[in-house]
Design a protein around this ligand. Structure first.
Ligand code: ASP
Length: 341
């Protein structure tokens, strides 16, 4: 996967008003005064391009943003070459693939699963938790039990490629049991911190539909080689994902512990409520992490946000973050994320 293959996103990045073309029936696009546009979808990383295109099939035919984000993130969940989301994701320290996901709709409804094994599409289980239970978050064996009861097939999620990578990691791993202080260092990855490219990359997606309603989804296999049972930010509402239909939505990727400590996505949305642009809000959330813990400069965290008008912005601690944007003008835009370092 070539993360450096940035396509030109100048129109969206500069927030110019856009002319709607080629949009499907039932989804009359609206270019807003501020330069935003409805419908529109954005998502994290280069694999967000293909995910956005699946979401666009829903949005461009007048569909609901909730359906768009679910359909969108199912694409990387099913991609076996993607080692950070869904089936084929890198396992934990014990060789088990455990998945985290969350989803949130325009009414503030939300659902999530954490540390769930054997189900290839955790985002769809998260949606069932939201729609068919009185709860928000199911974890571990209980999440698996619920998924099986709901008819999701039980699958082996550890692919030969991921198993091979895990065995390679085991050869040099210094990641010892909890009693060892090295656990505290996050020294979990083949090359050092979990900020390494091999060790993260959640898909977080925010969409606004033709009616102006926002939804979001976030799904990941989490930090590679993590302790069994570790849960990241992605299934934690307010950390990895937050949507407020009056204001906007935000999602995150990177070292989830730092995002949870700062309730990152909720913070981004609240900053937008106070009048910050999506980019400014993401930047302030990153800088809050860095102010509270300067050592976090060696890690990667990225936020991506969309406001109620369809304006999109992002910010990360380090270079290398990218996000994809899709609307009626262009469906394959990939934008390099701005960063503090
Ligand atoms: N945020 C995810 C986690 O901490 C991983 C990532 O996006 O890099 O589990």
């Amino acid at each position: 996967m070539d993360r450096r293959r940035f396509l030109q996103g100048a129109t969206i990045a500069s927030g110019m008003a856009l002319t709607a073309q080629g949009i499907g029936r039932g989804a009359a696009p609206v270019a807003t005064a501020s330069g935003g546009m409805l419908p529109r979808v954005c998502s994290t990383w280069d694999f967000g391009v293909a995910a956005n295109q699946a979401a666009w099939k829903v949005l461009s035919t007048g569909g609901r943003s909730l359906d768009a984000v679910e359909q969108g993130v199912r694409v990387p969940e099913a991609d076996l070459r993607n080692h950070s989301v869904g089936k084929g994701g890198y396992p934990d320290r014990d060789g088990k693939v455990t998945l985290d996901a969350s989803i949130m709709d325009e009414h503030g409804n939300c659902g999530a699963v954490a540390a769930m094994e054997h189900i290839a599409h955790p985002i769809s289980v998260a949606r069932r938790v939201m729609e068919r239970t009185p709860h928000v978050l199911l974890a571990g064996d209980g999440a698996l039990q619920f998924a099986l009861e709901q008819g999701f097939p039980r699958e082996e999620l550890l692919t030969p490629d991921s198993e091979k990578a895990w065995h390679e990691w085991l050869k040099t791993a210094k990641y010892k049991p909890v009693a060892n202080s090295e656990v505290k260092t996050y020294n979990a990855g083949p090359g050092g911190t979990p900020g390494d490219a091999s060790n993260h990359d959640t898909i977080g997606m925010i969409a606004i539909d033709a009616k102006g309603n926002l939804s979001g989804a976030c799904t990941t296999s989490g930090m590679a080689w993590k302790l069994h049972g570790r849960v990241g930010d992605s299934p934690i509402i307010g950390a990895g994902l937050y949507v407020d239909n009056e204001v906007g939505g935000a999602t995150s990727t990177g070292v989830g512990e730092e995002v949870i400590r700062n309730v990152g996505s909720f913070l981004v949305v609240e900053l937008m409520r106070q009048g910050r642009s999506p980019e400014d809000a993401c930047r302030e959330a990153v800088e809050r992490i860095l102010r509270r813990k300067p050592e976090a400069k060696d890690l990667q965290v990225g936020f991506l946000a969309m406001d109620k008008k369809g304006n999109v912005g992002a910010w990360a601690i380090q270079k290398g973050f990218s996000y994809a944007v899709c609307d009626s003008t262009r469906q394959d835009t990939l934008i390099p994320g701005k960063s503090t370092y």
